[in-house]
Design a protein around this ligand. Structure first.
Ligand SMILES: Nc1nc2c(c(=O)[nH]1)N[C@H]1C(S)=C(S)[C@@H](COP(=O)(O)O)O[C@H]1N2
Ligand SMILES: [Mo]
Length: 399
């Protein structure tokens, strides 16, 4: 069983082997194994020990599996599918995948093979579901109760979308939106607009948009949108359309339900409608990944490295502060590791002395645009955009 060994080892190291560590390993493993759902077939290659399987279409990275080396390994990255994933057959002949382009001077359908001949770039981005942190909303919104693990930082390679648009003669005039359409086969007998994954973002997003065929140095997996995905750096996960089959520059937003009524910042007690803010750029956010509380145990008191990640859709991270007293006092953490650009997350570390007792650890990020991570979440019906530092704080016990 995945977590029992490390937990047990940490407790032993801390010299506080308690009830859990004393329990026969077989019993403990059996209980946890019975609770864990298996990986779905399209994601069978994932590292089960690092993931919480909420359902076959929602897999979350464990906070303890976020690592401390910037890039999220592909086999630990979360998955979120609104529709069943397409068949594996679509990644059998990758270069034959077709994408239709319109809203340009010369509308055309291009194959992935042709797109590869136009231009190439690489970008590191945080991919985060807008529902990440929903699990901290007290009103228990419907949807997956993600904590921190519907997010990762990954490297994408592909063609800059603006190079493709230029190759097709440029945008037609008056186009205000960039719309991507997912390539899932839609269920029969329902209005396609009610189910299609199609998202529009302001056309300014074209500046950084990439049509990506590689993730973390390997051909893009079906699970993450292979053979080709629209990557919109800085934008919430849903806008990063997987298995993209159509790119449209348009004067109006998509009429798809996922755009008009889905992913809206709907005030409490109201119904979703197209006048409410859509989930677009990510807000400034950070959280601590280590140390984590030990279930039923204690951490060793003394010098501790407090580390985590920070990012913002509005610009690079300027500063991260860490508190060990629940936000009463703050100290500047160090930003460490390579800076992979404004769309990647930054790692931060603060060395702190944690004497025996209970400590509430929190982190608060500030971006270059001056946005400061707030103490409180913005309440909304569906539980989007939670960047509250208080919600993401951790209570650890040391001895
Ligand atoms: N075609 C398509 N694209 C999609 C989705 C989807 O269901 N279908 N889900 C979106 C949502 S809600 C999120 S959070 C991200 C998840 O990306 P991942 O599964 O690669 O982690 O993809 C987005 N793009
Ligand atoms: Mo999402």
């Amino acid at each position: 069983m995945p977590t029992s060994l490390p937990v047990r080892r940490r407790q032993l190291l801390a010299g506080t082997a308690g009830a859990i560590a004393a329990a026969p390993l077989a019993t403990w493993s059996g209980v946890a194994a019975a609770q864990a759902k298996p990986l779905p077939a399209y994601a069978a290659w994932k590292d089960a020990d690092s993931l919480i399987v909420h359902s076959s279409s929602t897999l979350e990275t464990k906070r303890s599996a976020m690592g401390s080396s910037l890039i999220t390994p592909s086999d630990r990255l979360y998955i979120r599918n609104n529709l069943p994933a397409p068949p594996e057959a679509i990644v059998a002949d990758r270069d034959a995948w077709q994408v239709a382009f319109d809203g340009v001077s010369t509308p055309a359908t291009l194959t992935l093979g042709q797109l590869k001949a136009i231009d190439v770039t690489t970008v590191a981005t945080v991919l985060q579901c807008s529902g990440n942190g929903r699990g901290f909303f007290p009103h228990k919104p419907s949807g997956t109760p993600w904590k921190v693990g519907a997010a990762g930082c990954v490297l994408w390679s592909g063609v800059p979308l603006r190079s493709v648009i230029e190759a097709l003669g440029g945008s037609r005039s008056g186009m205000l939106y960039l719309t991507g359409t997912g390539g899932e086969k839609l269920p029969e007998g329902v209005d396609p607009l009610s189910v299609v994954v199609e998202r529009s973002v302001p056309i300014a997003a074209l500046k950084d948009a990439v049509l990506a065929w590689e993730m973390n140095g390997a051909p893009l997996s079906l699970a993450h949108g292979g053979p080709l995905r629209l990557v919109l750096p800085g934008y919430q996960g849903v806008n990063n359309v997987k298995y993209v089959k159509r790119i449209s520059l348009s004067a109006t937003e998509s009429q798809a339900k996922i755009m008009s009524h889905g992913y809206r910042m709907t005030p409490m007690g109201e119904k979703a409608n197209p006048n409410q803010a859509s989930v677009l750029l990510m807000n400034v956010k950070s959280w601590i990944n280590s140390p984590l509380p030990v279930e039923g145990g204690k951490l060793g008191a003394g010098t501790t490295q407090i580390l985590g990640v920070a990012f913002s859709g509005a610009g690079p991270i300027k500063r991260v502060e860490v508190s060990v007293d629940g936000g009463k006092t703050w100290r500047d953490a160090k930003l460490v590791g390579p800076d992979l650009g404004p769309f990647a997350w930054r790692q931060f570390v603060l060395q702190a002395n944690l004497p025996a007792g209970t400590h509430v650890l929190a982190s608060r990020a500030t971006d270059a645009a001056g946005n400061v991570q707030p103490q409180q979440r913005e309440e909304n019906t569906a539980g989007y955009g939670n960047n509250s530092w208080a919600d993401h704080s951790l209570s650890v016990v040391t001895a």
